[in-house]
Design a protein around this ligand. Structure first.
Ligand SMILES: [Zn+2]
Length: 248
């Protein structure tokens, strides 16, 4: 068995038998990875980290050939993002991201862009930026990085340029003009400011995106577009999304 090192974000953990823990991780080097920590619950000093959800750790593990469950022999905490843990709203938003990564990323499928985006989102939340804004920026950039960006540069049905009034059509996965959008139950009104915000966030870096002012109406539209788009095209409705709705 090869012994490997990785930097890992903890997506989720659960108890296994009397003394062990199974951890779902997202690693920089190997993508999503599942591991078992034997004896962690019977001897709290055996490992240097408790692998709390959304903490950042360095791990050493024995690569499993067949089972897909790697044996983690060491883990060292690099950052527990304690600022996120002090606030229920940021816990809910960070949990939403962990849930999403767990569902979308396939085991042992390396994705450095996705990893960097996830780590950036945790760092920005931990620096005190508005967790909701960080989540929207993460989702817009992440959907683009996995090739699931909505089409926003013209009417998806007739190709006409879109100037003012437009609709977002979740079934078609992009904007439709007033003529094509009328009467389609999958179309909802969308502000020019919402479209401009998505394009700005897709193109710019995190600093530019975080400086962007988002009105309550734009936030509301972003939330609906992103949630509906992910649900329709990726069959995703993360469980923690329900908690998110409550907190907004
Ligand atoms: Zn059209």
């Amino acid at each position: 068995m090869a012994i490997l090192k990785a930097e890992a974000i903890v997506l989720k953990t659960y108890d296994f038998r009397e003394t062990s823990l199974i951890a779902h991780l997202f690693t920089r080097e190997y993508g999503r990875l599942d591991g078992i920590l034997k004896g962690i619950r019977s001897d709290s000093r055996k490992f240097a980290s408790n692998l709390e959800p959304f903490s950042l750790n360095d791990i050493i593990f024995y690569q499993a050939r067949n089972s897909g469950l790697h044996l983690i022999s060491q883990c060292d905490l690099k950052d527990d993002f304690s600022v996120i843990r002090n606030n229920l709203k940021s816990i809910a938003h960070a949990s939403y991201i962990m849930d999403l990564i767990g569902r979308l990323m396939q085991p042992d499928d390396k994705n450095i862009d996705g990893y960097e985006l996830t780590l950036s989102a945790l760092k920005q939340m931990s620096s005190g930026y508005d967790a909701q804004k960080v989540l929207y920026i993460f989702l817009i950039k992440f959907l683009k990085s996995i090739g699931f960006r909505p089409r926003l540069d013209g009417c998806i049905a007739c190709d006409r340029d879109i100037s003012a009034a437009a609709f977002f059509n979740v079934r078609r996965g992009g904007l439709v003009c007033a003529r094509c959008g009328a009467g389609d139950s999958y179309s909802t009104d969308v502000l020019g400011g919402t479209i401009a915000s998505i394009l700005h966030i897709e193109e710019g870096n995190w600093e530019d995106a975080l400086r962007l002012g988002l009105s309550a109406k734009v936030r509301d539209e972003l939330k609906n577009i992103l949630h509906n788009f992910m649900e329709f095209h990726l069959q995703l409705r993360p469980k923690s999304g329900e908690l998110l709705e409550v907190l907004q």
